[in-house]
Design a protein around this ligand. Sequence first.
Ligand code: FCB
Length: 499
Amino acid sequence: MKLTRRSFLKLNAGAIGAASVFGAPGVSAAPGVFGAPGLQTRGIVFPSDFVWGASTSSYQIEGATKADGRGESIWDVFSRKPGAILNGQNADTACDHYNRYREDVRLMKELGLRAYRFSVSWPRIQPAGTGPANDKGLDFYKRLVDELNDAGIAPFLTLYHWDFPQALQASGGWLNRSTANRFGEFASIVARALSDRVNVWITMNEPRSFLGGGYVAGVHAPGLKLPLKDVLQAGHVLNLAHGEAVLAIRAAASRNVRVGWAPDCSPAVPVTNSKADVDAAKTATFASPRVRFTESAWWSNNTWWFDPILRGSYPDEGLASIGADAPSMSAGDMRTINQPLDFLGVNLYGGSRVRAGDDGRPQNVPFPKDWPRADNGWEIVPDALYWAPKWLHERYGLPIYVLENGLSLHDSPAADGDVHDSRRIEFMTQYLAALRRAMADGVPVRGYLHWSLLDNFEWHNGFRERFGLIYVDFATQRRVLKDSARWYRELMTSGRLAT
Ligand code: FCB
């Protein structure tokens, strides 16, 4: 079986280094579990200034990979590799958003989005990853942002969502320390061009995930499987690149913009609300043992990725467990990496289940076979949206935006032409109820941006996994608002979570 991204989580029973408990008696499901009877979701109201939105990324929707001087991306190259993408698909056209962005913004407006998160394709702006800007590439994003602002939708701009210039890959990619400087230059070009009309800036999407897929498991571009020392070195360069980008955005921006970051987090969720289980789950969420640097538990290591950016140091436990595999650093690196941020963006889909063992230490509790899952196999863990924002805020102290959360379903239109995705509505209801509970506890969660606006190119899984609120018929490019989109429109208008 090929391991992919969060499917690692299913296999990471040893991820916290403790014996697993299989079907231990008396361990109940955490409240808020998808479809759990008696869950209270009625009467839940969100604040009127809560930012409701949806997210996409350049490579997954734009298509037009050869238009207007765009350079080659590592994903163009990877997609041509036999067997790399399901059914040999590629994103040469994807949602053709590059040509249809006006129609897509019209749909966003019809939907009532307050914010839209998109990413900028680096090879569109600098075809070889370095050198002067390609004005035609910049113009596309200017037109898109103008369209959004005219529609009253706040643009949330991500600089890097895995769409990396092939030319830079050829000179070592993230293993080459100078890539961090190249990224700073790219950030500076984009900030100079767009900071007059974009207020919310995100440097990077899911560095852990990108390295896990692209440099550890080899299932994402550029398809490498490197020794740990190299992977962590690339991670360090990614961290530096984030810091350089924050500095560059602030230096180049024509006004005071807000800058954040979009890591993925997989919390350990306690199986009961007992103090012992909650403490154990929290400990497990922030633990960084050796096993979490291996391929099978890669996606459960949070602190290794969060601490340098938000605290200015790698976690001691992580450093001790990797020993000589630690990245080499230069004086001043941690200062560059640890830039003050205006908010913490976080992408949340699932997590693991944990209880306190007899000695109080965390024990992983495997998901039962019949646990609710998305169509791509990911476990549905609504309480991730309660515990992760709460603990991340406690540890790092920043206001939070959930920048991604969503469900893959293999949707298709019914005989009436509509897409009846009631499972997505149920998913959002449960997850948002959990998020609202965190807010009621005082966690400053400022917004929720659903992944995704449109069905799109889901990386190595091609077009099979449909995460969109809007269905896309890829043969005709026809868009259809799914039932969940109409439901979301109601929620965004009323602020009321109705079921
Ligand atoms: C996230 C990615 C996003 C999409 C969703 C399903 O990890 O950031 O591009 O693939 O998962």
